[in-house]
Design a protein around this ligand. Structure first.
Ligand code: GLN
Length: 406
């Protein structure tokens, strides 16, 4: 005999994780699936649609041919650990021990999750700037941290020092920083970092800093890692990876730099989650980290051109644009559009209805602003575009978005 529907529902709810029930599937990844379904130009998920550098692809082919095909050491292949440490010292001037202070993970996504699971206890709070990269929400839920949100405010995405100060307290375990920032393009200044440092020291908190866009900077903006702010070396957990700097988002190679204390549990969490990142790709990554300075200059210059291009397209299509100083996204305001006629289901906010309209009717995929806020209504008048795309892709978006304005 089969159980009645209500019993089935009850049983299945009890059989599933209450934690996993608290968050939805990634809206960013979902928008890519919708773009494919509707044949839309994909300016939603931040992955390059152009070729990765020839040298890094060749290095990966060679690593496989050389039979680097079995497990690497769980916390990372020695050549990559050495290369990450060498590059961090070269660019940020801070030394790490490749034997005790680094963990190579499956992308910075796993790096962040492993770091959070390694430091959070029940009752711990984390401070998160908002808007925030959507992964930090589920990171908090799965690790058991309670987030305290602090607003970054348009047009320059500055924060209120009093609001930040009030978010820290005796339960604060860490602040999550992302600089250059996704989705806002904010690059935190030394003065801001020092203000955050003082709060971390006062409340004995870590700074977990996601620096994946470190080389994508505009208008003379400088990336400063929290690890090199005086007094922060030993309370900072740096997250980074190959994805954005070397245009290989599908390789899933990232890392955590942290003092030996947190590195020990981070390595254990990482080991039992994934054992390790792809061995031949770690090998190839090690060679990429030795690219000369000119590689990074060219990367930033290329993205600067794409930023100008998309800013122009969006401005003439009627969006309010917030010019990024780093990373490869543009947050926009949509309040100049007449949204009254959009079809909505349930309690859908403006940004979601507008993004649906854009992908289905206009043929351009974006990320609704609400994906970057705890309270969906805070992002209801924003959508995010990415410009890490080929000229043809941007040109196709231009053509389609022009129709929107008409
Ligand atoms: N960081 C990229 C974004 O924000 C892609 C993230 C992902 O889908 N893993 O779009």
């Amino acid at each position: 005999m089969t159980a009645p529907d209500s019993t089935m529902a009850q049983i299945s709810r009890r059989m599933l994780s209450a934690k996993a029930e608290q968050f939805t599937e990634s809206v960013i990844r979902e928008m890519t699936r919708l773009a494919m379904k509707h044949g839309a130009v994909n300016l939603s998920q931040g992955f390059p649609d152009f070729a990765a550098p020839e040298e890094i692809k060749e290095a990966a082919r060679k690593a496989i041919a050389d039979d680097i095909n079995q497990y690497a050491i769980t916390w990372g292949a020695k050549p990559l650990r050495d290369a990450v440490v060498e590059k961090f010292e070269r660019t940020q001037g801070v030394k790490y021990d490749p034997e005790r202070e680094i963990t190579i993970c499956c992308g910075s996504t796993e790096a962040m999750m492993s770091a959070m699971m390694a430091i959070i206890n029940p009752g711990d709070e984390i401070v998160v700037f908002e808007p925030f990269y959507e992964n930090y929400g589920p990171d908090a839920i799965l690790s058991g941290a309670t987030p305290r949100f602090v607003k970054l405010r348009t047009p320059d995405w500055s924060f209120d020092e009093k609001e930040l100060t009030a978010a820290f307290g005796p339960h604060t375990k860490a602040i999550i920083l992302n600089t250059p920032n996704n989705p806002t393009g904010k690059v935190f200044t030394r003065t801001e970092l020092e203000f955050i440092r003082d709060l971390c020291v006062r409340w004995n908190a870590y700074c977990v800093t996601d620096e994946i866009y470190e080389h994508i900077l505009y208008d003379g903006a400088e990336h400063i890692s929290m690890a090199c702010i005086e007094g922060m070396r030993d309370r900072t957990i740096v997250i980074n990876g190959l994805s954005k700097t070397y245009s290989v988002t599908g390789w899933r190679v990232g890392w955590v730099l942290a003092p030996p204390g947190p590195t020990q549990p981070i390595r254990k969490v990482h080991d039992f989650l994934t054992v390790g990142a792809a061995a031949p790709l770690q090998q190839a990554g090690a060679s990429a980290l030795h690219f000369p300075r000119s590689y990074y200059d060219k990367l930033a210059a290329t993205y600067a051109g794409k930023r100008e291009r998309l800013l122009k397209i969006l401005t003439s299509a009627g969006f309010t644009v917030f010019k990024p100083r780093g990373a490869y996204y543009i947050m926009t305001g949509i309040s100049r559009f007449d949204l009254a006629h959009l079809a909505r289901s349930g309690s859908e906010t403006d940004d979601v209805a507008f993004a649906k309209y854009l992908v289905e009717k206009v043929g351009v995929a974006v990320v609704p602003g609400s994906s970057f806020y705890n309270d969906a209504s805070d992002g209801a008048s924003q959508v995010r575009f990415t410009f890490c795309k080929k000229e043809e892709t941007l040109a196709a978006a231009e053509e389609r978005l022009a129709k929107l304005h008409a």
